[in-house]
Design a protein around this ligand. Structure first.
Ligand code: SF4
Length: 414
């Protein structure tokens, strides 16, 4: 018997550059813009349909059922889409994002490759989209992310999506005519997509102005909904199916769900790099560290421009800076805890407490050791600092009974 290990042979070469590249669905306020950003980069990306029960079932069938839940869903999204028969299998590739951090998000690719093999798609090349430039566990000589080409439009698209999502979240729970906020959200995402395709970042500011005016025009009910915070692992927090639609469930009970903007997740880098350098574990060059404040200034300037517009809306509340979030987090947990959501869980919970939001749901995927440590692991300490805080940790996986989830939420909101 030949026990020789045979690796995944399909690599993304230069001649594959015009192939259709499938990516898993992530979130409603960013995913629709990703193919347009990648078109600017010179690639043809196509979103898989929104994550569904089928994604979970197929992911479990072809993957390893001990990996974290987001990994299962991502694999399921890709294989389900390939199985539709819509694609010429010789002319398609699949891509995922790779964070480069300590958790499994850096190591998904081996799982994806094995899953593709198990499903009979081993001729399909895989791509890791890594914003830091360094790619782990993949050969992809035909794929380079032209960071400088897409930085401006990508950043503006992220800020636009984040702000639109905040407008939507605050208005949808107050609207008199059901569906009005959703209508505006969908229309503005589509307009944003067209602007991103033309690579006109400044137009997104004007578009946000229009969105604020339209959301302000929505007739609202005469009530002040109670707020509830939603934090946790990035994928399950922002992916509707991944979080078992609990945002919708809470809204249907009249609560305003506040989810931290996604920009905060990416801004951790400005703290982490410095902390790692101080701890002697940073790999970032001195030159890059010197550039970091400049990059922060650039990003923060953009953020302020979007925020100034968002402040014209009826409900927008400015967010704490990443430095303030880190300062609160530091009281609870050492900032060297950077796996999963790292110290953000502590900082965001503290932020909610300081804004008098005392009920927070923290969603945790099955199989995610990282977030169990930096979330559940700090519960007692968070309670010491914020005794009024009601924290509900919800474990989410493909086989959970929604009724259990809802029961636990009922206790939180009763
Ligand atoms: S943070 Fe947890 S759930 Fe998310 S990719 Fe990493 S291991 Fe998986």
């Amino acid at each position: 018997m030949n026990n020789e290990y045979i690796g995944y042979k399909a690599t993304f070469t230069k001649k594959d550059r015009r192939k259709t590249i499938l990516i898993p669905w992530f979130t409603d306020f960013l995913s629709p813009l990703i193919p347009a950003i990648m078109e600017v980069a010179g690639y043809r990306f196509v979103n898989c349909p929104k994550t569904s029960k089928t994604s979970a079932e197929i992911g479990l069938k072809y993957g390893n059922n001990e990996v974290c839940y987001p990994a299962t869903l991502v694999l399921g999204d890709l294989i389900a889409e390939l199985q539709t028969g819509k694609y010429d299998l010789n002319n398609v590739a699949v891509a995922i994002t790779q964070t480069g951090g300590q958790c499994r998000a850096t190591n998904y690719l081996s799982l994806i490759k094995q899953g593709l093999k198990n499903a009979g798609f081993e001729q399909i090349p895989t791509i890791a989209v890594a914003f830091g430039g360094r790619v782990y566990q993949n050969e992809q000589e035909g794929f380079r992310l032209p960071l400088f080409k897409i930085l401006n439009i990508g950043l503006n698209a992220l800020l636009f999506g984040d702000m639109l999502n905040q407008l939507f979240s605050a208005t949808v729970v107050r609207e008199k005519e059901r569906g009005k906020s959703q209508h505006f959200f969908d229309a503005y995402m589509e307009d944003a997509r067209k602007i991103v395709l033309k690579n006109k970042p400044k137009r997104l500011l004007k578009l946000l102005e229009n969105a604020v005016a339209d959301f302000n025009s929505i007739e609202i009910e005469d009530k002040q909904p109670e707020k509830i915070g939603l934090i946790g692992e990035i994928f399950v927090k922002y992916n509707s199916y991944g979080q078992a639609h609990i945002t919708d469930w809470l809204r249907s009970r009249g609560l305003e769900v506040e989810t931290p903007p996604m920009t905060t997740f990416f801004m951790q880098i400005f703290i982490n790099q410095t902390v790692n350098k101080e701890n002697g574990v940073g790999k970032t060059s001195r030159f890059a560290l010197k550039l970091l404040p400049l990059f922060y200034r650039f990003l923060n300037n953009r953020l302020k421009k979007f925020e100034t517009i968002a402040l014209q809306s009826r409900f927008y509340m400015p967010r704490e800076s990443i430095f303030e979030i880190a300062a609160h987090a530091k009281e609870i947990i050492d900032l060297s805890n950077q796996f999963g959501e790292g110290w953000l869980i502590a900082g965001e919970t503290a932020g909610f407490a300081r804004r008098n939001i005392h009920r927070v749901v923290c969603v945790q995927p099955f199989g995610c050791i990282a977030n169990h440590i930096v979330a559940k692991g700090i519960e007692r300490r968070l309670k010491q600092f914020y005794p009024e805080m009601n924290l509900l940790y919800l474990d989410i996986d493909g086989g959970m009974a929604e009724v259990n989830l809802h029961n636990r939420l009922h206790f939180l909101i009763r």
